[in-house]
Write a protein that binds this ligand. Sequence first.
Ligand SMILES: [Zn+2]
Ligand SMILES: [Zn+2]
Length: 392
Amino acid sequence: MKVKAAVLQEMGRPTPYAKSKPIVIEELELAPPHDDEVLVKLLYAGLCHSDLSVINASRPRPTPMAMGHEAVGRIEQVGSNVDTVKVGDIVSCVFVPSCGTCDSCRTGRPATCTTGAKANGAGLLLCGQSHLSRTKVSSPNEPKMIHHLLGVAAFSTYSVMNKNSVVKIDPSIPPKYAAVFGCAVITGVGAVVNTAKIEFGASVAIVGLGGVGFCALLGAVAAGASNIIVVDLEASKLELAKKLGASHAVQSKRDMSMDDLVQSIKQLTKNSRGVDYAFEMAGTGPTLQLAYGITRPGGTTVTAGLPHPETKFAVPQVTITAEERTVKGSYLGSCVPTRDIPRYVQLFQEGRLPVDKLVSGVIRLEEINEGFDQLDQGKVVRLLLKLHEDEE
Ligand SMILES: [Zn+2]
Ligand SMILES: [Zn+2]
């Protein structure tokens, strides 16, 4: 079938993207699902920083690539081997398609599925293939095959995904808000409740307020954290964070020294010792340095940001031993998506994870380059793409 999809032509084009247009909306041919796959009609998809990391080449992937990994859609067709979802189900997309049989999957950690990571790195589905191709090419050098981002490729009217790339959710949730559960919500909330497993009353700091950082804030509030400190460059985001339950909002400045920033944040904590849990949610060297610096002795620093592969993290090694410090990585919020996405959707419906407050606006597929400029400039939390005019 023919689909309309947002295709990243090449990585590393300069900003503003409205001018350099790294993404082009193309009409592509989508091959039907295999036995283990489903055809999804996409409804809404979120613009996420990890899309941006592919666009700006800090997270290298093969191109041309159909973008988008955070989305909600409706099942249109299922392969003969699919019994987890049926036609008409509303599903949240998951950006790690777990195989169910590797060591990670068998030990209950599908977020680090080896087979899924391999397919994602190659820009293919778990079946080892792409389902997307150009119907016509203008020169012999122009590639025909289009890669899929993270097994989802959701900035598209329709997409084919492995059955383990979708999780059925309660259809009564407005699709507009359901879109953010597959990435921002599970990554942010999961970092707090699965990776860190914070205790009731624990003190928390969140460094970096993108969609994931904000969801970590909502998770920390819901999990009963105290003295929640948020740090970001953007004043408007700090304002919103205070409305959503942050106790202290700290505006960092690019010209501020790391020591000054660490000290000023520690002063907001009990005996100026630092927080029990600090979450790094921006994916840069300095933000992890800051998060480590403001964690108290005996505390835990969690990082869910995705830095450039060459970014290094250096700390005085003795602090790890003598202060019994823990640094933990968190991918996909250490979630089991089939368990956690429905739980978080229910918490949203009970008013305890108000993710609707994070939606900054809704745009059309044709406005995608402009949308990524806004995200790049830190002006928005979550912009959503509406993929069909005739759908709510
Ligand atoms: Zn994402
Ligand atoms: Zn696996």
